[in-house]
Design a binder for this molecule. Structure first.
Ligand SMILES: *Cc1c(COP(=O)(O)O)cnc(C)c1O
Length: 466
């Protein structure tokens, strides 16, 4: 039995056809299409059946507003740009490395037909990785290179190709987990290899590897301790020494570098990160690293090293399953080309540009913003505070970069929650971090200040109350 309220509302509710004749909704049909409009109106009318509606006019207005709001909500893409003001430059949840305009243009140019696997000189089938292989070899000093979907895939492909059904020897100090379920023991078993742990958590010696090598050994693996440090009474075997041990037994040495910077970050005043160039020079057979960490490019897993081994990886059917698309290759090629001109790299590559930004420059920016932001946030205490940024994405968390943040401190915990939500609800959501009752916006990664300030007028935040 319909309730009395429902019966009464049903009489007051307009028909979909009547609603479609309203001027605002006629405009919206032109924008969103009739099908979506009708669906949104039906949904609004169903909901109004359960609400208290005083009269026909109000019922029509409420249905119109609800339908327009629903269509506006649906029109927002799910994947959207945000302002990353978390202070973590390479933030995995926020898309890691920002691409330079050269890479964005290259992606757009590859959108239609392109010579992805077509050799324009010979007029015959080509190899997709060839668009970046020569650049990678020149930059790293390796003989050959190959590209897959991400670094996890690179490690999987390398181990499966070189050591399927056999043992992979790894130091107990390097059995790491990176966020997002990348764990070295799991990757080794999914590569159909057996993990052979050697040494201890804090100390692993050359003799540990020597003693473990036997008829079952397929490869030696060294993993860069990207996201943690072992301090104190420690020992590990260098890549050079490990390469000598491996080659003495005719075995390959694979190094998972993780971030793998293609420049020496120390020359920019940043903490040194191991480079693929150093690994190759030390005699490592295959080095794997990410495209979207310190390299500053698209998500990809790069493998560089000996030509004979890379050729074996390329023939593994897994390579087909793990290969990258033309957009990744387009962006990667464009980014690698920027490395050909090291003098301008820190200006042109957004990741490096943000990492080298000085604390003084960041502070000036934060002070400018503090002026702009005060106006819409009258009940919030706005100050500029010294903070530390992180490189992120598994780069050493102890290496912090001096930076400055806008600190927004509302009057209550509840107001803080609403403030965070209000910034997230902006057309370009602003993501900061919470610290000690304040919302911090580390402005190291804010490059488009004008866009940030322009949308502040749309901030919907009532400071007082609750
Ligand atoms: C980040 C990282 C990975 C995973 O790389 P993805 O490109 O995210 O798949 C693997 N190993 C190390 C040491 C890392 O730092």
């Amino acid at each position: 039995m319909p309730s009395p309220l429902m019966r009464q509302n049903a009489a007051l509710l307009p028909s979909v056809d009547a609603l479609l004749r309203r001027p605002m909704l006629r405009d919206a049909v032109r924008e969103h299409g009739r099908t979506a409009m009708v669906r949104a109106l039906r949904q609004a009318l169903v909901q109004l059946r359960h609400a208290e509606v005083p009269d026909r006019q109000t019922a029509a207005e409420l249905a119109e507003q609800a339908a327009l709001a629903e269509l506006a909500r649906q029109a927002l893409p799910s994947l959207r740009p945000v302002f990353n003001l978390t202070g973590t430059v390479l933030h995995t949840n926020l898309g890691r490395a920002p691409l330079p305009p050269e890479a964005i243009a290259a992606i757009a140019a590859a959108a239609d037909a392109c010579n992805l696997e077509y050799d324009l000189d010979k007029g015959e089938r080509g190899e997709r990785d060839d668009h970046v292989a020569a650049l990678l070899c020149r930059l790293t000093g390796a003989e050959a290179a190959l590209v897959v979907n991400n670094n996890a895939a690179a490690v999987l492909l390398a181990l499966n190709t070189l050591a399927e059904g056999r043992e992979v020897i790894v130091s107990r100090g390097e059995l790491i987990e990176i966020g997002g379920a990348f764990r070295i023991p799991d990757i080794i078993s999914r590569a159909q290899c057996r993990l052979r742990e050697v040494g201890t958590t804090n100390r692993t010696h050359a003799f540990d590897y020597d003693n473990a090598i036997g008829a079952q050994t397929g490869a030696l693996l060294k993993v860069h301790k990207a996201n943690y440090v072992i301090q104190g009474f420690t020992a590990e075997v260098t890549e050079g020494d490990l390469a000598a041990i491996a080659h003495g037994k005719d075995l390959p040495l694979v190094v998972d570098l993780g971030s793998g910077s293609l420049v020496d970050l120390a020359s920019y005043g940043l903490p040194h990160e191991p480079t693929p160039m150093e690994a190759i020079a030390a005699g490592v057979d295959l080095v794997t690293f990410s495209g979207d960490k310190l390299l500053g490019g698209p998500q990809a897993g790069l493998i560089v090293g000996r030509a004979a081994l890379v050729a074996r990886l390329r023939r593994n059917p897994l390579k087909r399953a793990l290969r990258v698309d033309k957009f990744t290759l387009a962006a990667l090629e464009a980014v690698l080309r920027l490395y050909a001109d090291p003098d301008r790299l820190a200006r042109r590559l957004p990741t490096l540009r943000r990492l080298v930004r000085t604390a003084a420059d960041i502070r000036t920016c934060a002070e400018r913003l503090a002026q702009a932001i005060c106006i819409p946030l009258k009940t919030v205490q706005v100050t500029v505070v010294a903070v530390s940024s992180q490189i992120g994405s598994g780069s050493r968390p102890i290496d912090l970069l001096p930076s400055h943040a806008l600190s927004l401190r509302p009057r209550s915990e509840a107001a803080l929650v609403r403030l965070v939500r209000a910034f997230r609800a902006l057309p370009v959501p602003v993501i900061g971090r919470l610290h000690d009752g304040a919302l911090l916006f580390d402005v190291r990664c804010l490059e488009d200040e004008a866009a940030f300030v322009a949308q502040l007028a749309q901030l919907e935040f009532a400071g007082s109350g609750g």
